[in-house]
Design a protein around this ligand. Structure first.
Ligand SMILES: Nc1nc2[nH]cnc2c(=O)[nH]1
Length: 164
């Protein structure tokens, strides 16, 4: 007899992971990757514990799933998370080709306890994003500098490349 685990149960587990992680020196975020054939991979926030600003719960769940499955492609999977993913985590889910994201608390709930999730969303909507993080393209004038497209043309001609 197979037991059906529902989306609500995966989300509830993500919330429990988040709370337990707070009591284990981590941030208040938990997540899970659930593959199409029902394999599950947990992730918790380890930013301050590991001095790794990218170690959000969603990213650690994606990393664990990819490492344990031996793939960079999580097509068919769902990402459950205790809180709305920040832009970095959304981008990670896109790069991992996750099918769907389901979250519990919202970005403003995270903001209410001091996290910058909502602020960083504004970066992508804001006309004045330079105030938060200046990002600029620099044209290399030195004729001996490598062409910016050189890595891409090298990539394009490599028959053994692995596209992702
Ligand atoms: N969704 C989410 N938001 C965060 N904001 C800071 N850390 C996290 C995290 O791990 N997950």
């Amino acid at each position: 007899m197979s037991i059906t685990v529902t989306a609500e149960q995966f989300l509830a587990r993500s919330i429990r992971l988040a709370t337990a992680n707070v009591l284990n020196s981590g941030g208040p975020f938990g997540a899970m990757i659930v593959t199409a054939d029902g394999k599950t991979f947990d992730g918790v926030n380890r930013v301050t514990a590991d001095n790794d600003p990218t170690a959000h719960a969603e990213v650690t769940a994606i990393r664990t799933a990819c490492r344990e499955l031996g793939t960079f492609d999580l097509s068919g999977s769902v990402l459950y998370t205790s809180c709305e993913p920040c832009p970095m985590c959304l981008a990670s889910a896109l790069w991992a080709r996750v099918d769907r994201v389901v979250f519990a608390a919202g970005r403003h709930d995270a903001a209410a306890v001091g996290f910058d999730d909502a602020v960083f969303y504004e970066f992508f909507e804001n006309q004045d994003r330079d105030a938060l993080l200046p990002v600029s393209q620099l044209v290399l004038e030195d004729p001996s500098a490598p062409a910016p497209l050189e890595p891409f043309t090298t990539w394009n001609t490599l028959e053994s490349r692995i596209d992702y």
